[in-house]
Ligand binder design. Structure first.
Ligand code: BG6
Length: 468
């Protein structure tokens, strides 16, 4: 162990997955299509089948998790395995799969933390406008209600994973279907509607008086001005409002503060965009805000921002063994590199201080977040596998996790209530925009044979588990 000496007793120590990124078997046992299937096929760059074949190999992965000291796993339910069209008829084979999966987890004392929606909107609903169509919210509430009744063995729920990534990848960056670029109206509307969906599900969960816990997952990207000029500081405030503050306010305050809305309105005006908040919406958010049991916080990187008033541009190139992107958002800011801050091979900033800062901020400004779990954190890295029984030396991943754990434990020692950590990811899996080169797992997956190999990070993870 480098610097982290000891994990707190009872610390939740898990690995994260998402249905579409691990399960494979996208066309079997009655599963309906997601927004990804035809889209990926048409692109022909990479297939979601068999991914890590978790649909068949989950017993092996859960046993590995247990063997390497994990006491929890994040999985998501594929909405389209339960409701192939997103609503209507139930697919019993899909239901049976999740019962088997949860049983396997519980039999091995690996507690499941279950997300209802992780980027995999049903195709039928996607074609009808996805989260931009308010009917989608009703279907999501129905799906959630079905799951709550059907899976009493699950005690830890998350509604939606990373609302911001979904909205911005669909409508700003354009690397998720429907590939819109800088469609600010759709992005902000999708965020608001997803917040409503989350809030309605939390309110429902409380009405059903279920014994478990529920929350949602935001990825937070702390924003820093590249230099302390008034222009850069204002750009950073705008960027932060767009990426973090609007969603945190909506989730944990139950309203968007005047200061937040002033920043959001400035972005909307500069981009000729608008947000439709309907009567009653804010009551739903207000009711749910104090009812979240916990907060799932994903953290990968922070961003450094410089003021930018030109036209918006986004150049993303992330499909190979390395990736780059450049991002300039009209009237908001430009993402720039900060000298001295190291980056991953996909140009993500490695900045654990950002995690410490954002944990302190959440605890200070949003006490309704209550208990925090780090639900994703990890390093995308091209691991080198030389063959059976050869060491897979992923020291950069160990260093990355170690530094971020340091930040977490420091925040904890100053009173921030972090109760767990899920590394992204348990095993190597399919990466949405990057395919199979960008690996995150503790366990290596040979995508040809589906054989699992142990990385050094898994051994290190086990040593840490033993310090609890
Ligand atoms: C998070 C998502 O945004 O980041 C995961 O919840 C995703 O689904 C992870 O895989 C890493 O992103 P990427 O693009 O490197 O796979």
């Amino acid at each position: 162990l480098n610097r982290v000496k000891k994990l707190p007793a009872n610390f939740v120590w898990g690995g994260a997955t998402a249905a579409y990124q691990v399960e494979g078997s996208t066309q079997v046992d009655g599963k309906g299509k997601t927004m990804w299937d035809d889209y990926l096929k048409a692109q022909g760059r990479f297939s979601p089948d068999p991914a890590s074949d978790f649909y068949n190999r989950y017993p092996e992965d859960i046993k590995l998790a247990k063997q390497y000291g994990l006491n929890a796993i994040r999985v998501s339910i594929a909405w389209t395995r339960i409701f192939p069209k997103g609503y209507g008829e139930v697919n019993q084979k899909g239901v049976a799969f999740y019962h088997r999966l949860f049983k396997e987890c519980l039999d091995n004392n690996v507690e499941p933390y279950v997300t209802l929606h992780h980027f995999d909107s049903p195709k039928t609903l996607f074609d009808d406008g996805d989260w931009l169509n308010r009917k989608n919210i009703d279907y999501f509430v129905d799906y959630a209600k079905f799951c709550f009744k059907e899976f009493p063995e699950v005690n830890n729920w998350f509604t939606i994973n990373e609302l911001i990534s979904l909205a911005t990848s669909q409508y700003i960056g354009g690397n998720f279907p429907p590939n819109h670029h800088f469609d600010v109206t759709s992005a902000i509307q999708a965020e608001h509607n997803e917040l409503l969906a989350h809030a309605r599900v939390v309110n429902l969960y409380r009405e059903m008086q279920l014994p478990g816990r529920i929350g949602l997952i935001h990825v937070l990207q702390p924003i820093y001005p590249i230099t302390e000029t008034p222009e850069n500081k204002h750009a950073a405030a705008l960027y932060d409002a767009f990426l973090n503050r609007f969603l945190l306010d909506g989730t944990f305050l139950g309203h968007y503060t005047t200061e937040t809305m002033a920043l959001i309105n400035e972005i909307l005006e500069k981009n000729n965009a608008k947000l439709d908040i309907q009567p009653g919406d804010m009551d739903i958010l207000a009711k749910a805000a104090p009812q979240n049991d916990y907060f799932g916080l994903n953290y990968y990187q922070s961003q450094f921002i410089q003021a930018y008033e030109g036209e918006s541009t986004n150049q993303f190139n992330g499909t190979g063994e390395k990736g780059t992107s450049s991002f300039k958002f009209k009237g908001v800011g430009e993402i720039v590199k900060k000298p001295g801050v190291p980056q991953t091979d996909w140009d993500w900033n490695i900045y654990p201080e950002g995690l410490y800062d954002v944990l302190k901020r959440v605890a200070r400004v949003y006490p309704n977040s209550k208990t925090i779990y780090i639900t994703e954190n990890g390093l995308g890295f091209k691991d080198h596998y030389e063959g059976p029984d050869q060491i897979i030396d992923d020291q950069p991943r160990i260093d990355y996790i170690d530094q971020h754990l340091e930040a977490i434990l420091k925040a904890r020692s100053e009173g921030v209530n972090v109760q767990g950590y899920f590394v992204w990811s348990l095993q190597d899996q399919f990466s949405w925009a990057n395919g199979y080169n960008k690996r995150y797992g503790l366990f290596y997956v040979d995508f040809d044979t589906q054989k699992r190999e142990i990385k050094e990070s898994a051994r290190w993870f086990k040593e840490l588990a033993d310090t609890k």
